[in-house]
Every structure is written in C-alpha cells, then in structure tokens.
Design a binder for this molecule. Structure first.
Ligand code: MIC
Ligand code: SF4
Length: 639
C-alpha cells in the first residue's frame, strides 16, 4: 500500500475503494479559522450536540485581526465562548496562522484532519491526510459524522536528488503546478515519495502540500519518516510520532518524477498560481512591493533564510518590504538568534503574525504595482488593488529582490541552509481551554454581538423552477470573485450583510437583481465556464448565493470544494453535456428548470430550452448528495 491507502484504510467508515465513487472517512482532528469558523460553529450549535467528538478540534483566529470597527472583535468573543462551551481549543488572536500553528503543536502523522480552510493540506507535510472543506462539513465532523471524498486516484510525485542552494520548496510546488496546472486535478491525491523526500525538512514539506491546494487536488501528503520524528521531538511531541512509509511494492495510478537538482527558481505570474515562469526570465524587472509570510512560507526556516540574505544590508529605497511570521514560536526564535534585529535594521516592516496581506486585509500595493509575494494565490484584486501585478515567489527570491528593488535570481548569491532546529521553544499560553478540550465547560454563555446573525436554512427543492440567468461569467472564476474577502471579510458572520457583495468584482448589481428576481418568485441561475469556484473553501460563496435565491449553477466544470459547498447549500451543480452550449445563454435570459427535482431524484439529466435551442445539463450525485439537495441543503437535511 502507499501512504494514502494506509491512512484512508484506517479511517474508512463508508464505501469500498475498489468500486464506490465516494468514501466516508472518520475525522480525528478539525481546525477552523475565524473567517469561516463563525458560520461553522453557528451550524454546529444548531445541531444540538453537547460537545465535540473529535480527538482534538482547534479554533484559530488569524484572518480578521485588523479590527477596524466592532465586527471582528465580536467574532473573536463569540468564537472564544463557543470553544469554551463545546470543548474546543481556542487559539487567541495574536498566536499565529492556523496552518503553521497546527503543524507545530497538533498535527499528528497517520491521522485525518478536516479544516474549514483550503490550505488545511499543510498537515500533509507531517504525514496527515489533511483536507479543506466548507464550515458545515467541519461542523458535521465535530459532531462525530463522517466526511466524504471522491474515491481518490493517487499520483506519486517521486523526488530525486537535492535542491541547489537558493532554490527551495516553493520552487518545487511551482514546478508541480507548471506540470499539472490549476484545473483538471479534481479527485486526485498527490503523494510525495522517493529518495529526495529525506532532503526536505517538515516546514519545506508543508510548503509543498500547502500549495497543493492550488492544483485543486483533494490533498497532498508526505510519508512520516525520520525527519518527521526529529521535528516532532524538537517540538516536545516525540510521543505523537508514528512511522508511515509506502510499502516497497506500493502502486500508484500515475507517477511524475521531479529531479530536485534541476529545479530552477520559479514564480507564478499574474493572475493565477498556475501561470509559471522562471525567475531568470523576469530578472531585472522593477519591483514595488515584497511581502513575505502567509501559511505557505512563514516558518522559522523561511524567515531565518530571509534574514541571512538581508544581514548587514538594507532593502532598496523604492521597494516596500513586509514580513509576517507564522507564529509566536517563529518570532521567539528569530528574536533569540538576532534575525529580528537584522530584519529591522534592513528596513523591513514587521507585520502581525497573521494572514494579513495574503487575504488583502491590509498592505494593498499602489496602483499598477508589481508585488512579489511568498503566499499561494495571486488572483486579480486579491491584494486589494485590482491593477496590481502579483507574482508568487520563494522567500529566497523575495529576499534577493528586496535588496535591489528588481527581480533577482536567489541562486546568484545564495546563503547557507538553515538546519532543522534541535529544539523549538514551546509556549502554548495562547491556546486556551486545552485542559477542558473534548469536555467543554458547562454553563458557558455564548457571547453574541450584533455582527453575529443567524444562519439561513434552505428550503426543499421545488419540482419546477421558473428562473433567470442572473449572471454569466467566464473560465476560472475563483471564490474571490464570487465572495470577495479583503475589506468585505468582516461581514462573514452576517449573511444578509455579506450577501450584498456577491460577485462584486464581476457585477456590482448582482445582489439587487437577484433579490428582485427572488421577490418575483424566480430562481436565480449562475452560468460559468471551466473550473468554476477555484480557490478558497469559503462556504459563503455558496451560502450567500443561496440567500439570494440561487438554485443552480450551469458550468463547464466545477472545482471540488466549491461543488461540495453548493450541494451543502441546496444549489444544484450542473455541467453542460456539450460545453459549447455555454454560448446559448445570455445574462438576463428567462429560462425554466422544468423537472429539476425529478432530475436530481433520477439520473441527474435536465434539458433547458433557450432562445438558441435546447441545452442538456447533467449532475452526477451520490445518494447522500441527492438527499441533501432535495432537502434544500445539509442543515435542512439534518432536520
Ligand atoms: C484564502 O486563502 O482564500 C482563505 C481566506 O484562507 C480561505 C478561507 C476563507 O475564505 O475564509 C481558504 O483558503 O479557504
Ligand atoms: Fe491565511 Fe493566506 Fe493561508 Fe488563506 S492562504 S490561510 S489567507 S495565510
């Protein structure tokens, strides 16, 4: 067996991998972050379960930390009180970024982790099957329910050789993205294997599995080996180690070999993480801003490497450089070894150890800027500046370029490798309720400020639906297009308010049109191209459209997490039988979804008449998904 098969076999509760298209797996650990967590816990509350049933569930606060206005602070208080009541560990605002913290303090090889954030696969770096999902799926897992994944196909990414100096894990995952792109990988799990694995420390492995999210795979995973043991021991968690290696005769559905020694410094050019070019080809390009950090590249290894590049030097006058560490542990180590002083002296802006710039919560670059960033997504406008050109790079490329203000090759003047620390300083004081984890504190009152609004529930799917094409969008529409974050993020706990911004970057009139159609008794339909719903796990990209009366999506293809979220909120995910039929719809077309309920109950086929002729649509659903859709969503299906 390979590593994926070993872990899934130990967690299988429904389905047979040999013949079933969907598997139900038991979830050992969950994580939430604040921006998706409030909804997850509101839904968990409505399930009426007295306490979490997982081994460990952690509620992190890292996204909405800026606190302009009362909304974010309201959310934090709500989350803290929920954690106390239900036996969840609460990571206070200021502790760090969820994925970095979870890797340091909770991630355990051989276990399953479900998180309400698409970068949860970071845990694959420590040998977990770690998957991102919508908040309600996390709520179900906390209540002891199974999580469902498409029966995976497993691709071995065989690593050979050793990276050259100045080249790092970020370049490896960019090389994998260059090969496989951001679409067409739905249902796959990528398992890293081969002799090169041993040359990568755990934080580097986690960089690779983190950004596997951009491939659209279910997750990515590394084996748990001697390197994993050393990392856990250095974290004072040696007892959490178990060895999980692929058997010598393990088989895979496909194999791709990466010769680490031949990987070049790479970057993802605007506006997609799959748009890969070499750093060499961009060398000498003027840069205005450089942002280092995010859950992809904020470990001690990464920021220490940056400090080594900047030691005794200063960033260029015309470039703004910001650094956000992943956790307090990282900051403590940088403080002790003098790196913080180096970074300050070099003229870097030291930012909060939170998501911050990555989600466009601050640090938006100037109009038309070129911004190099070490995070994982460069979708148009995500930085907060629509005209900005964001390139995703390694910490090494970022640091080398900071010195001159132009794109530089980090291999020209590389620094020494940062050895894996023998001991990490452990300070768990900002993880609250560890002692009552799994038990909860009876009598705890949930704190609900005005930003916490009730969760809307769906209604059963009607037999026929008179409808309107409320919007027609193109290929690769991301959840950042559907449900913008940045300045709008603070409304995450208040659906009627947040729903005002659905499709804001594509059509600011969308909300009002949908509400008007809804009042007339018409359903709203979204027509889209390839890879609809790429990116984040934010269920708001389905929940808010549900609130606006969206009942179906017609797309050329739909990404995994978003498709699951649509079903969870009673929106039928149809694809075209013939993709060319996309051309037969125009925004504003009046259509009818005749027999839509029967289609969902039956073979999933629906024919819709348009002014250019009939269009055949299909949806392939498991029995469980069918039931959820007919009830009007997962929450409604639970009674
Ligand atoms: C992101 O990177 O887009 C986010 C913000 O972390 C999202 C979660 C969210 O929208 O809250 C993700 O990746 O799932
Ligand atoms: Fe936070 Fe950015 Fe990571 Fe999302 S991708 S969890 S916003 S650091």
């Amino acid at each position: 067996m390979n590593v994926v098969e070993k872990i899934l076999k130990a967690h299988l509760v429904e389905g047979n991998p040999e013949k079933d298209p969907e598997l139900g797996i038991h979830i050992d650990q969950t994580l939430t972050q604040d921006a998706t967590g409030t909804m997850a816990y509101l839904q968990f509350e409505s399930m009426g379960v007295p306490r979490v049933k997982t081994d460990v569930s952690v509620s992190y606060v890292d996204h909405n930390t800026v606190q302009i206005g009362f909304e974010n602070a309201d959310d934090h208080d709500f989350l803290q009180s929920v954690a106390k009541k239900y036996g969840i560990v609460y990571s206070k605002c200021g502790n760090g970024i969820c994925h970095q913290l979870h890797l340091e303090r909770f991630g355990k090889p051989g276990t399953t982790l479900l998180g309400s954030d698409s970068h949860t696969p970071t845990g694959g770096g420590i040998g977990q099957i770690a998957i991102g999902a919508g908040g309600i799926d996390i709520a179900v897992a906390m209540a002891g329910g199974a999580f469902h994944i498409p029966t995976p196909k497993v691709r071995a990414i065989v690593l050979k050789g050793r990276l050259r100096k100045g080249v790092s894990a970020k370049d490896v995952i960019l090389a994998v993205l260059a090969k496989y792109g951001t679409k067409g990988n739905v249902g796959w799990i990528f398992e890293y294997t081969g002799p090169g694995v041993a040359t990568l420390d755990v934080p580097s492995r986690a960089t690779i599995t983190n950004m596997g999210a951009e491939l659209g795979v279910t997750t990515s995973v590394f084996p748990s080996d001697g390197v994993t043991r050393q990392f856990l021991e250095a974290q004072g968690r040696g007892g959490d180690f178990v060895e999980i290696l692929p058997d010598a005769d393990a088989t895979y559905d496909d194999t791709f070999t990466v010769d680490l020694g031949k990987v070049e410094p790479l970057m993802a050019a605007p506006h997609s993480p799959g748009n890969i070019v070499t750093v060499a080809s961009m060398k000498g390009t003027r840069v205005n801003q450089i942002m280092i950090g995010s859950c992809t590249n904020s470990s001690y290894r990464d920021i220490r490497t940056v400090a080594l590049y900047l030691e005794g030097r200063h960033v260029a006058d015309d470039v703004e450089v910001g650094i956000a560490c992943g956790s307090r542990q990282v900051i403590n180590m940088l403080a002790k070894d003098g790196s913080l002083a180096i970074l300050h002296a070099a003229g870097c802006r030291m930012l909060e150890n939170a998501c911050g710039f990555c989600i466009g919560a601050h640090m938006s670059p100037r109009t038309g800027a070129i911004s190099l960033r070490t995070n994982n997504r460069n979708f148009e406008g995500r930085s907060g500046t629509k005209s900005a050109q964001v390139y995703l790079v390694s910490p090494e490329t970022a640091a080398a370029s900071a010195l001159t203000g132009f794109v530089e090759l980090p291999t020209d003047n590389p620094v020494a490798d940062v050895p894996a620390p023998e001991k990490f300083p452990v300070d768990d004081s900002m993880f609250l309720y560890r002692d009552t984890a799994g038990k909860g504190v009876e009598g705890t009152e949930i704190v609900r400020g005005p930003n916490i609004a009730p969760v809307p529930k769906g209604v059963p799917l009607a037999a026929d639906l008179p409808a309107v094409v409320a919007i027609k969008v193109g290929d690769k529409i991301t959840t950042d297009h559907i449900m913008p974050a940045g300045a709008r993020l603070k409304f995450r706990s208040n659906i009627p308010q947040y729903a005002k911004f659905v499709f804001e970057p594509c059509d600011p009139g969308f909300h009002d049109n949908c509400m008007a159609n809804k009042e007339k008794g018409l359903a709203n339909v979204i027509v889209a191209g390839e890879s609809y719903g790429q990116g984040s796990s934010r269920e708001h990209a389905a929940l808010c459209p549900m609130y606006l009366g969206v009942k179906a999506v017609f797309a050329k293809s739909i990404e995994r997490i978003h498709r699951a979220n649509l079903i969870n909120f009673g929106i039928v995910p149809f694809t075209f039988e013939n993709p060319d039929d996309y051309g037969k719809f125009e925004q504003g077309d009046a259509i009818e979804l005749k027999g839509v309920r029967a289609a969902v109950e039956g073979d999933g086929r629906l024919v819709v008449s348009t002014k250019s002729g009939d269009v055949a649509l299909k949806t392939s659903l498991s029995a469980r998904e069918r039931h959820v859709l007919l009830c009007g969503g997962l929450l409604a299906s639970l009674g």
